[in-house]
Design a protein around this ligand. Sequence first.
Ligand code: LLP
Length: 437
Amino acid sequence: WSSTALKVDGVLEVGGVRLTDLVAEHGSPAYVLDEADFRGRAQAFRAAFADYDVYYAGKAFLCTTVARWVVEEGLFLDVCSGGELAVAERAGVPAERIGFHGNNKSLAELTRAVELGVGRIIVDSFHEIERLAAVTRELGRTARVLIRVTAGVEAHTHEYIATAHEDQKFGFSISSGDALEAARQISAIEGLELLGLHSHIGSQIFDSSGFEVAARRVLALHAQISDEVGVVMPEMDLGGGFGIAYTTQDDPSDPSQLAIELTKIVTEECKARDLAVPRLSIEPGRAIVGPAMCTVYSVGTVKAVELDGGAVRTYVSVDGGMSDNIRTALYDADYSATLASRSSDAPALLSRVVGMHCEAGDIVVKDEFLPGDLVPGDLVAVPGTGAYCRSMASNYNHALRPPVVVVKDGASRVAVRRETVDDLLRLDVDASSQMGD
Ligand code: LLP
């Protein structure tokens, strides 16, 4: 739960706003974004990584309001598409505070990024180096680039496996020599300024040793580029991926300890090699916005289903589902849920919170003990839905994507409005009537 969430007489309040009142005003389902919590986590990252630049990873969740908070809190912004870049631009994020990611940025996206003068473009392939070089030539501008490298560290959800995972689409492999070759090519192109290396080992990482292994490998390449290409790069980015607790079973490691460790590794290795210490940066997304949001749903139907062996599972259907949170279906992710609109003394029953979509895998919360007297109209809230829920939401079954409602000091404001049927129909052009035009 976000830091201001508390229950008063069974009613969940976030940011001083009762969710019963919030739903009365804004409807359900709704994402509830706790502004104080978001800002607090952004500040905590800045404090823990005081000598780093902290880039908020917009892919976790981005809207104009959040982009403004990011700037106000002194963070930088990582975008990974022309769409995210457009939000950053609209929010007035200074271009030099933007990092632009992506393994297949289009010519149009690269052109826009160079025109705006974004602070760094993280290049991911030889084709992109060519494409970006052409853009800078055409525009007569210089682009500052980082090379995305594959450190050979595989980050699973709760673990990492060293030396694995070359076999994926991102980055230049260190071990094959591609990353070194990329540095050679970039340093020979007039319009490109080689700023540094970038490594992102995965997401929802609990064990910080993966970051440390990656940092050592990236540093070794950093030193090799200095020796063999003759460029001492001023920056190094160690990516995002800091895990959060989705349920009480989860116990992520403390990123502030990691900050100290990584600084130590980089400083010591650079000293040993007589190299200037590069400016470090990180890119947390989930760890800032994940806990800052919850989703509130209305219960529509409740059904007891007998399982093999005689046990009973209560299926609680809510007015959202996999269209507003695909993570359970896609990653088998764990979430929790609570009755948010009243207190109940009824014995808790093993329950599954499911959505209203046309498939059995449409599960929001796999297993939760919820009061046995749930009825239609009750509100159920699911915490930890800030990251990769609204940003991965879909219109499956022509569902209308829920709004993002910001709560703070007892007041609520809409940051992303609820989709309407008109929004859906606006894109739906009747081609049948155009045939033969
Ligand atoms: N930097 C880069 C280059 C990334 O690719 C990512 C995430 C991040 C930073 C931020 O990672 P975070 O701190 O949020 O873990 N949809 C998945 C997560 C995909 C993450 C993709 N890249 C999920 O819902 O778990």
